[in-house]
Design a protein around this ligand. Structure first.
Ligand code: F6P
Length: 320
């Protein structure tokens, strides 16, 4: 193998830059050339590529987002789109491809490699942490820390004016961000799509904690469980207490990646290149119990990752 390609696709995640840097530098260390593809599969379709050298990835390990940029390219999910993408691969003599993204990214990669002779390795990167087969995805830790940072600030004002604040967080249709940030931020209730909840229970908990003198509450709602404003209305009606709502939004996805995400991305990027050189294909790099491993695309795509119910119970016990 002489030349590989690298792209980021889907939603951006902090640590994607660190992953690209690791792919480029590990490849160059092993005498491979690297082609960067801009805007994910869209760049493959349009031929929007650039050679990447050591300096191309200088000064990016600490930056959020992705300097290659990213997109959700619907055309790649058509036969015609993938044919155009194959032309770019052929014209640039790319023999292996590292795709950095989430489930949709791997789905596209698997289909592409079924139709064309190209080895593809995936690196899981999404703030949602919703990819089965890996304990963590690149970007999740930073997003959780962003939420905790915001919750700390919200709590300062909530305690001062004795209010309930509902905080809606991202996570697509899962509650990983809500659960980890809720536990770390000491949220009084955490509402996630994986666990049924009743507003009456949430209100009752607020009443009980108020009775023992705790005059504020932080309720974390995963966007996939319910809408923050609706939950806020229901709590206000149920308790009669002063309630406010904050939707954290894209602030969760930005900012400098944590050391954990940078190191995870660096380890995964390097392993992805090793695997291509070893002739592997159609696999996603993963981390399990602290060790870098890999799983077949077929063992992760379309599957549902389980939430840690023990963690959920613990968060409930500790927040009374
Ligand atoms: O998948 C990452 C994510 O940030 C989800 O948590 C969220 O639901 C979605 O992307 C938001 O997408 P967009 O940036 O297109 O609004």
């Amino acid at each position: 193998m002489k030349r590989i390609g690298v792209l980021t696709s889907g939603g951006d995640a902090p640590g994607m830059n660190a992953a690209i840097r690791a792919v480029v530098r590990r490849a160059i260390y092993d005498s491979l050339e690297v082609i960067g593809i801009r805007r994910g599969y869209l760049g493959l379709i349009c031929g929007d590529v650039e050679p990447l050298v050591m300096n191309s990835v200088a000064d990016i390990v600490q930056r959020g987002g992705t300097f290659l940029r990213t997109a959700r390219a619907e055309e790649f999910y058509t036969t015609q789109g993938r044919l155009k993408a194959w032309e770019t691969i052929k014209n640039n003599q790319i023999e292996g491809l590292v795709v950095i993204g989430g489930d949709g990214t791997f789905r596209g990669a698997r289909q592409f490699s079924l139709e064309y002779p190209l080895a593809v390795i995936g690196i899981p990167a999404t703030i949602d942490n919703d990819i089965p087969g890996t304990d963590f995805t690149v970007g999740f830790d930073t997003a959780v820390n962003n939420v905790v940072d915001a919750v700390n600030k919200i709590r300062d004002t909530a305690t001062s004016v004795e209010r309930i604040v509902v905080v809606e967080v991202m996570g697509h249709d899962t509650g990983f961000i809500a659960l980890e940030s809720g536990l770390a931020g000491g949220a009084e209730s955490i509402l996630i799509p994986e666990v049924p909840f009743s507003i009456e229970d949430v209100c009752e908990k607020i009443r009980l904690t108020y009775k023992r003198g705790k005059l504020h509450s932080i309720i974390i709602v995963a966007e996939g469980a319910a809408s923050g404003p609706e939950i806020g209305d229901q709590i206000k009606r149920g308790t009669g207490l002063d309630t406010r709502v904050t939707i954290l939004g894209h602030i969760q996805r930005g900012g400098s990646p944590t050391a954990f995400d940078r190191n995870l991305a660096s380890r995964m990027g390097s392993r992805a290149v090793e695997m291509l050189m070893a002739g592997c294909a159609n696999k996603m790099i993963a981390i399990e119990a602290g060790k870098i491993t890999s799983v077949n695309f077929d063992d992760t795509i379309g599957l549902k990752k389980r939430i840690d119910l023990e963690l959920y119970r613990l968060a409930n016990i500790l927040s009374f």
